[in-house]
Design a protein around this ligand. Structure first.
Ligand code: NAD
Length: 286
């Protein structure tokens, strides 16, 4: 499953929708917040900024030094929350260890939470109510649908239970009527469970965790893992071993990564549309 090509198609469509939006009102604006100098985060933030500008959005990138205080990040998030030009706020993770990431994520107002990671957004997803969804799991669903992978009644196995990927992934698959199993670091006999999967989403963050013995013939496999070594990027799945066996498979790079950014841009436009709706309902009195 070619995430790179699908993401490019989604961005083209978004660029048209952003142009229509911008004719009526302020252009959507994305504020990426980078704290410290994590090299992988620098790369991710750079591509999020570049691609948001490419679809016609405004870039409100901000950065803080790695030794900044909790209060400094809070002040910055509050400033961005109060800025009408900023439709969406993305606090790039991971944060330096001395900061309380959970509290900072929850400082982002739900209607600007384009990463979909606040407690409020997680609650909306959990209850099946409209809201901004986490980008990586949304990208996985979009990719599976593009390739006509039947999710209704399918046995879907998600490896990983993080707030960022595993848990929202399981909830989104459930919303698509899949029968969902979550496996994690304490689960017994991984292969026995994954071999029952029609759809397998690997998000353990363990290089080459999934090999032939974990896969049933014809299964759709989505590799969320990203690992960097001297040979470049790889995922949680032994791509070459599994390639001939899986019905569908995502590569790393070129699978879930570009889809994550496409969904971030989609969320940013949605956040801008939410702000426009709010402004129409509650026009300023002056
Ligand atoms: P995490 O470390 O927070 O969570 C990993 C999860 O995997 C945990 O719930 C853990 O219980 C489970 N796990 C670990 N080892 C396991 C094992 N041997 N068997 C079964 N389960 C196991 O990581 P995360 O933030 O959820 O990210 C997971 C991976 O996805 C990482 O490689 C990360 O870099 C990647 N990622 C990619 C994108 C993207 O855009 N492609 C986005 C987010 C994360």
């Amino acid at each position: 499953m070619d995430g790179k090509a699908l993401a490019a198609k989604i961005r083209q469509q978004l660029a048209r929708e952003v142009a229509v939006h911008t004719e009526r009102t302020l252009a959507p604006g994305l504020a990426t917040v980078l704290v410290g100098e994590d090299p992988a985060s620098e790369v991710y933030v750079a591509s999020k900024r570049k691609l948001s500008v490419a679809v016609g959005m405004n870039d409100f990138h901000r950065r803080l030094p790695g030794n900044c205080s909790q209060g400094q990040v809070e002040d910055l998030l509050d400033e961005l929350a109060g800025d009408d030009r900023v439709s969406g706020i993305l606090l790039q993770l991971p944060l330096p260890k001395h900061l309380d990431a959970e509290a900072l994520i929850d400082r982002i107002p739900w209607h600007k939470d384009v990463d979909g990671l606040t407690t409020h957004s997680a609650g909306l997803l959990s209850r099946g109510l409209p809201g901004l969804r986490p980008c990586t799991p949304s990208g996985v669903i979009t990719l599976l649908k593009e390739y006509d992978v039947d999710l209704v009644g399918a046995n879907a196995v998600v490896i990983g239970r993080s707030e960022l990927v595993g848990k929202p992934m399981a909830r989104l698959l459930l919303a698509e009527h899949a029968t969902v199993t979550i496996v994690h670091s304490k689960s017994r006999d991984l292969a026995e469970i994954t071999r029952r999967a029609d759809v397998l989403v690997a998000a353990a963050g363990v290089p080459r965790l999934i090999s032939r013995q974990h896969v049933s013939p014809g299964a759709a496999i989505v590799d969320v893992g990203i690992h960097r070594d001297k040979d470049g990027l790889s995922g949680d799945v032994e791509f070459r071993e599994v390639e001939g066996l899986a019905g569908r498979l995502t590569p790393v790079p070129g699978g879930v990564g570009p889809m994550t950014i496409a969904e971030l841009l989609r969320n940013t436009l949605k956040a801008a549309q939410l702000a426009e709706e709010q402004a129409t309902k509650n026009p300023s009195l002056d």
